[in-house]
Design a protein around this ligand. Structure first.
Ligand code: ATP
Length: 461
């Protein structure tokens, strides 16, 4: 089982252009990260793999892409204005702030001894802004703290424009923002991130069964893309851990922190799958109400529609229940990076290899000339690269900036499944060497057979 720690991943990501500290040119901005040339490919591949499986390969899902800025009332009636808070504490000695559940009072303080912590108080995690040229309280908006609310308020739009029947779902991928008190652990906890969320609408009474199905579907998505089952756990939240509106929640936890001695603490959330009942559609409905954890009831006086579905079988308008699989793109990307990281010893040297699933690899094929100043070899290699990129649609690169051994290592380290080497024999018989990242085995393949040969091995045939 791979147990690479974050430090190695952070250094690889910076060195090879996966992920850089945000605003590093000006000393950085905490809780933000920029995805570089390889990172953007990897992250896009994670999102495509999710969209393909969750939207295209199912018959019960529609997609959506909502605005990040929403009418403030959306986040009022969702409850976020009232309760989207984390408990914050200050240390009276070092003046630093912490999330109460993430600081150990016995922890060493930079000013000596242990922390002297204040009582926890709520801190709202939403970023505030103003919409339009006047900067006052009448035009406050928030950067959305999750993509989900945009789905709920479009429930009726999607229903009316698609003629869907419950059960069906709406999927969305997009940015979310949370002013985390202590962003940390690389891209695990950041202030700007992406989510891949589904709101799956079902008839009340069928919700438990659908919840169980979604937990399985989502677990399988990770393992089928290469996550080792030993590094992924299902955690069923205990009644006292549940959000007050949730009937049940199962979290998928990945082993993000293998260096921790307590095994349970090695795992943390990559995705949550919640049964949210009819809470959200009720609180956003005309005539509906938001019920807060402390019992306060906020009647909805602004919504223009009732978010119901007409069930022709029973001739009744019902408010569907919602199952919500909510995943973080950045955390999933980190999990795939960590899980695929391997160090092998080859001929006495360490070979770093990312054994990424080919669907996720930033680059599918690297075309390498054995001699970089031989006109015939270079021309053929560049032609092969162009063909594979344009005709097959695989992200391909041409590289001649080092000797062949070094070029192979570079591609191994970024997870490229196949390297193609063009050599002198190529000029005689139009064949090339195809080298496999995982086995390092090489086979000779005719150039005109490359698209079919590689499609089969990449699993896209
Ligand atoms: P946590 O308890 O770790 O703060 P959460 O339970 O508040 O997370 P959700 O609101 O359930 O998270 O969000 C769904 C998913 O969005 C999470 O499983 C995670 O993958 C991702 N996510 C949430 N907050 C962050 C963050 N600050 N940085 C990166 N990803 C995040």
């Amino acid at each position: 089982m791979s147990t690479v720690d974050l430090e190695k991943i952070i250094s690889l990501c910076k060195r090879r252009g996966f992920i850089f500290q945000g605003s590093s040119q000006y000393g950085g901005l905490q809780g933000t990260w920029d995805y570089g040339p390889l990172g953007v490919e990897l992250k896009n591949n994670v999102k495509h793999a999710w969209w393909r499986r969750m939207v295209y390969e199912r018959d019960d899902m529609e997609g959506l892409d909502c605005a990040i800025l929403m009418n403030r009332l959306v986040l009022k009636y969702s409850g976020h204005e009232y309760t989207f808070t984390d408990p914050m504490v200050d240390c009276r000695k070092c003046k630093r702030r912490y999330r109460a559940d993430q600081v150990d009072p016995g922890e060493k303080c930079a000013e000596g001894g242990t922390h002297d912590l204040t009582e926890p108080r709520p801190f709202n995690l939403m970023f505030k802004t103003t919409v339009g040229p006047v900067d006052d309280d009448s035009n406050i908006a928030y950067l959305r703290p999750e993509t989900a609310q945009g789905i709920f308020i479009n429930f009726k739009n999607v229903l009316d424009s698609t003629n869907r029947k419950v059960p069906f779902g709406i999927a969305q991928i997009g940015k979310a923002y949370r002013n985390e008190i202590t962003p940390k652990n690389f891209i695990f906890r950041v202030r700007e991130f992406e989510q891949m969320e589904i709101e799956f609408f079902v008839k009340p009474g069928t919700d438990d069964e659908w919840h169980a199905r979604w937990v399985e579907d989502r677990y399988n998505w990770y393992t089928q893309l290469g996550i080792q089952p030993g590094n992924l756990r299902k955690y069923v939240q205990k009644p006292d851990e549940l959000a007050h509106y949730a009937k049940a929640t199962t979290d998928l936890l990945y082993r993000f922190f293998p260096e921790r001695s307590d095994e349970n603490k090695q795992f943390d959330e990559v995705e949550g799958i919640a049964n949210r009942t009819d809470f959200d559609l009720t609180c956003h409905s005309k005539g509906g109400k938001l019920v807060l954890k402390d019992g306060r009831v906020i009647p909805n006086e602004h919504a223009v529609n009732r978010l119901t579905w007409f069930d022709h079988q029973t001739n009744q308008h019902i408010i569907p229940y919602v199952i919500e699989p909510s995943a973080g793109v950045d955390r999933a990307t980190l999990a795939f990076l960590m899980d695929s990281y391997h160090e092998d010893i080859v001929e006495g040297e360490t070979r770093v290899v990312l054994r990424l699933h080919p669907d996720l690899s930033p680059i599918k094929v690297a075309v390498l000339p054995l001699k970089k100043n031989h006109e015939g070899i270079v021309k053929t290699a560049k032609e092969i690269k162009q063909t594979l990129q344009k005709k097959c649609g695989w992200r391909s690169v041409y590289d001649d900036t080092a000797g062949i051994g070094k070029l192979y290592r570079r591609q191994d380290e970024i997870g490229t499944p196949f390297c193609i080497t063009v050599d002198f024999q190529t000029l005689e018989d139009s064949t090339v060497t195809v080298r496999d990242r995982d086995t390092m085995a090489q086979v000779r393949v005719a150039i005109d057979q490359l698209p079919t040969h590689l499609a089969e091995r990449l699993g896209t045939a």
